[in-house]
Design a protein around this ligand. Structure first.
Ligand code: HPA
Length: 268
């Protein structure tokens, strides 16, 4: 069992890992480059979603290669970070939301490993898109380290790479969205298909368009993630330290209708 971290905007280096080394994993979808290392003796895999220096825009990220690679080298519990805009006045910039639901407004992204034929067809259950057990464990860690986090929230995923219009933000609010970002879909879907436990720490970097009257810039988002680095790292690494290996959730059975994904974990 290994922990995986998927670093979003502003989170390009794992930090804190001993014996850190870079690894390129070949997958049926192309290669994924990640880092592996040890934290307090536990093996950790780190993958910067946008590449090492934010070279890959959200709609062009190779989500399938990333999730396949994490699974292939043995990740079972994956904590992702994501920069988001807030749709609600009481979700303030600088705060973390442990999102538990999503609304998908992406348009052009392959969302499955199962494209029929030999791979079969899987209609994966998304009742709990983010692993409820990993989510709750992270929430309890946040309480123990006295870090204020929001326990639930609905993530609206847009296609990007542009930011939203105020009219879109008004619509997302009406539909029940709490925060908006560009990357949770299809990552969360593929993680479920790959039977990983997957949770997301959504870091609010700004009020979304129209709630904030100022134009939004990527620079502003990156600066806000930089300010939150310490808290985010503390929550992630304390979680890795304290969360148990056992899995009591239903994630290992998420693809049971098909048998296994055919990804052989190293050492299996
Ligand atoms: N919209 C979409 N993605 C984002 C935002 C936003 O306001 N802030 C950070 N990522």
């Amino acid at each position: 069992m290994k922990f995986g971290i998927i670093g979003g905007t502003g989170f390009y280096e794992p930090g804190l890992l001993d014996e850190e080394r870079e690894l390129t994993v070949k997958t049926p979808y192309g290669a994924a480059t990640l880092k592996v290392g040890l934290y307090q003796g536990k093996e950790v895999i780190f993958l910067p979603r946008h590449g090492k220096s934010h070279m890959i825009p959200p709609h062009l990220i190779n989500y399938r290669a990333n999730i396949w690679a994490l699974r292939e080298i043995g990740a079972t519990k994956v904590i992702a970070t994501a920069a988001v805009g807030s749709l609600q006045e009481d979700l303030r910039p600088g705060e973390i939301v442990l999102v538990d639901q999503l609304l998908d407004f992406t348009k052009s992204r392959p969302q499955t490993f199962f494209e029929g034929g030999g791979a079969g067809v899987l209609h994966v259950d998304m009742t709990s898109p983010y692993c409820p057990s990993l989510h709750e464990d992270i929430y309890q860690v946040a309480r123990r380290i006295q870090l204020h986090v929001h326990r639930t929230g609905t993530y609206v995923c847009t296609e990007g790479p542009r930011y939203e219009t105020p009219a879109e933000i008004r619509m997302f609010r009406m539909l029940g969205g709490d925060v908006v970002g560009m990357t949770s879909v299809p990552e969360v879907v593929l993680a479920r298909e790959a039977t990983l436990c997957y949770a997301t720490l959504a870091l609010i970097t700004n009020y979304a368009a129209g709630i904030s009257l100022r134009p939004l810039s990527h620079q502003e988002v990156v600066e806000a993630t930089n300010r939150a680095q310490h808290a985010m790292r503390k929550l992630i690494f304390t979680s890795i330290e304290q969360i148990k290996e056992e899995r009591s959730c239903s994630c290992p059975q998420a693809a049971k209708e098909l048998g296994s994904l055919g990804i052989k974990e190293k050492g299996e």
